[in-house]
Design a protein around this ligand. Structure first.
Ligand code: ZN
Length: 241
């Protein structure tokens, strides 16, 4: 049992060191991640606008071709006007001419608004571009900072992780799950000792009877206030030695 408790304490010690390394990174990992997200958002937004612009351009070209056809037809109809033989033919032709005129006007108006839309989209894209560049630059700097910190501690972290693995292998499965559960809930410390008669995790006094029991090192004890695993000073002294 003594070894079982000692193993848990050692696991905590390793995790404390790993946490310290993690802390060195500060908010860089989160910052880098949110920059990456923002950049991909903006890229999508830009691609979307580009696509709309292309579609608008295609539609305009289609309309222009249509207008050309309409105008050619109109010219033909106008020429035919000179050859009409009766009022009925004349009316039919003028009706056609009016119709092509209407269609042309409609398409021209549509093209005007498509051109306006394209202009707005182009302006938007131009406005977004520097934003994107700025974010990319920021990401470059923060990413490099993070990489540097990670690299500086790579060896140490690797060693600690390897050591942690060994300890985890020695840890009993239920102990490990309890440890991980408490560690998550308490954001770090799951195994603590008694210091000056108090739980070093929450600083509440541990009753003396309980302290005696804990000192026997023959059972897993949890602090009745914070729920952390409480080990005797002997365990910590041995593990720290
Ligand atoms: Zn406590």
């Amino acid at each position: 049992m003594f070894d079982r408790l000692k193993t848990l304490y050692e696991l905590q010690k390793i995790d404390d060191q790993l946490d310290e390394l993690e802390e060195l990174r500060g908010d860089l990992p989160t910052a880098v991640e949110s920059l990456q997200e923002r950049i991909s958002q903006i890229k999508n937004e830009m691609a979307d606008k580009e696509k709309q612009r292309e579609e608008s351009l295609e539609k305009r070209q289609g309309n222009e071709e249509e207008i050309e056809k309409l105008q050619a037809n109109q010219k033909k109809f106008k020429a035919q006007l000179y050859q009409v033989r009766n009022n009925k033919e004349y009316d039919a032709l003028t009706k056609e001419i009016d119709h092509t005129e209407e269609q042309t006007t409609k398409l021209l108006t549509e093209n005007d608004s498509l051109a306006d839309q394209s202009k707005i989209l182009a302006d938007d894209i131009e406005k977004i571009k520097p934003q994107l560049e700025e974010l990319k630059e920021e990401l470059k700097i923060k990413g490099a900072d993070l990489k540097e910190i990670v690299k500086a501690n790579e060896k140490e972290e690797g060693k600690l992780k390897a050591h942690r693995k060994e300890i985890v292998e020695k840890t009993k499965k239920p102990d490990y799950s309890a440890y991980m559960r408490i560690r998550k809930a308490k954001k770090g410390k799951a195994v603590v000792t008694i210091k000056r008669s108090a739980c070093s995790g929450c600083h509440n006094i541990v009753p003396s009877q309980r302290q005696l029991e804990i000192r026997r090192n023959n059972k897993l004890f949890f602090c009745e206030y914070c729920g952390r695993i409480l080990v005797s000073p002997e365990i910590s002294e041995q593990a720290d030695a």
